[in-house]
Write a protein that binds this ligand. Sequence first.
Ligand SMILES: O=P(O)(O)OC[C@H]1O[C@H](O[C@H]2O[C@H](CO)[C@@H](O)[C@H](O)[C@H]2O)[C@H](O)[C@@H](O)[C@@H]1O
Length: 279
Amino acid sequence: MSLPEPETEEGRAGLAALRTDPARAVLALDFDGTLAPIVADPGAARAHPGAVPVLGRLAPRLAGVVVITGRPAADAVAYGGFAAAEGLEGLTVLGAYGAERWDAADGVVRAPEPPAGVAAVREELPALLDGAGAPEGTWTEDKGRALAVHTRRTASPDEAFALLRDPLYALAERHGLVVEPGRMVLELRPPGVDKGAALTGYVRERAATTVVYAGDDRGDLPAYDAVGALRREGVGGLLLYSAPEAGDETVPDLARRADVTVRGPAGLVEWLRGLAGLL
Ligand SMILES: O=P(O)(O)OC[C@H]1O[C@H](O[C@H]2O[C@H](CO)[C@@H](O)[C@H](O)[C@H]2O)[C@H](O)[C@@H](O)[C@@H]1O
């Protein structure tokens, strides 16, 4: 099986480094929109059925496989079907943008206590949404250490997103939180972590000389930046963009910078199968 040639020179160099020494390469993947198709109900998201089998084939050949997600680590593990998966005994899941860590080796989630601002936002959010005129279908996902306001199930998700944007930024700022905007979602979460720092830490921990990162949303941009910085240190890098299969708009900053574009989780699984075939 062959792999499509990366569209950039740096990407071709990254793929060549990966093929030369896979045992020193890290494969890092976002969850929603990358491993799991986007669905209207966040609680119904599940990894593409081909994801775990192909990751299980790849992982024993690599320095490490890590899922880096805005989800709580436990949710990603459950929705991904990652616990006790064949070949994924060394898998790591970095949840809540790197604040939480789960390792398949012991099945434990490690995480610090959320800051007090999260409880204050939880308290004030319902009245704020009422006052802002949040339309029917607006839904708050309580992630424990963050609150995510989803607009996908409103009649006009983009309009609802625009309506709620400023009030939610103001609320987050009042309580020392930051807003993470995503695909029809505005998440209020603690500052101080992002997917870039999470990825860099994992690459260093594994002493990797190549890193592959796949993502679909704005929250993945810090990981793209991290791959850029690692490349400048001499680490090989390959950036994949999981473009929307339907409905959602593309994220121009990811589309422009990616070395390889795949069509959603199904396209990513196909690419990973091609990689497994090559290795
Ligand atoms: O970092 P990720 O793994 O990409 O997680 C980002 C957010 O993903 C989830 O929301 C997104 O997926 C939902 C299910 O497909 C979809 O309904 C929603 O519109 C998307 O924004 C999740 O619910 C959030 O908690 C994550 O932060």
